[in-house]
Design a protein around this ligand. Structure first.
Ligand code: GDP
Length: 184
């Protein structure tokens, strides 16, 4: 059976995760890579929350991730608690070529901790690692912030499809571990 044929009843775990971070860091391209394995050059869909689903097998379990994207709303600070409600994971993205997007991370982490579930798994993602000569944030800086805050960490390139699968899988695997503990 193909992955796309799975419906909610057929998977062992179904959960919601959200994409968050400053505008234009690559959230929607990371999500389309992960969900549809493609890169969109002309970004920006219409305003409104969107989501994509992907089913995968982790160990002996079928896990379906429903991942929400802000679809540009973060620009207007219109993200509210309803966006985070019920989410078990968040992919918090910054752009390694724009230092300001890294400096804004504490604000996003605060917001996630205020509005989301306390067991929320946060995966910190430094995107656009392909733009080597434009880099403004070192990999070590991302790594040490993640360690201080207890987050997963990965640098990615949505353009070159580098580490994208790994970044999502890191988060999903951790969520699955938490769900397993909860169901014991
Ligand atoms: P969002 O606003 O955070 O959802 O960001 P988008 O996914 O719309 O991407 C913003 C811009 O960055 C677009 O012009 C993308 O083509 C570009 N972009 C996204 N990811 C990458 C990447 O990994 N490398 C490069 N070079 N450009 C990227």
């Amino acid at each position: 059976m193909g992955e796309a044929a799975l419906d909610d009843e057929e998977c062992d775990y179904l959960f919601k995760a959200v994409m968050i971070g400053d505008s234009a860091v690559g959230k929607s391209n990371l999500l389309s890579r992960f969900a549809r394995e493609e890169f969109r050059l002309d970004s920006k869909p219409t305003i409104g929350v969107e989501f994509a689903c992907r089913s995968l097998r982790i160990g002996d379990k079928l896990v379906k991730a429903q991942i929400w994207d802000t679809a540009g709303q973060e620009r207007f600070r219109a993200i509210t608690s309803s966006y985070y409600r019920g989410a078990l994971g968040a992919l918090l993205v910054y752009d390694v070529t724009r230092r300001v997007t890294f400096e804004n991370l504490p604000k996003w982490i605060r917001e996630l901790r205020e509005l989301a579930d306390p067991t929320l798994v946060i995966a910190l993602v430094g995107n656009k690692s392909d733009l080597v000569h434009m880099r403004e944030v070192g990999e070590e800086e991302g790594k040490s912030l993640a360690e201080r805050e207890g987050l997963c960490f990965m640098e990615t390139s949505a353009l070159e499809n580098r580490n994208v699968e790994e970044a999502f899988l890191q988060m999903i695997t951790r969520i699955r571990e938490i769900l397993k503990q909860k169901s014991l």
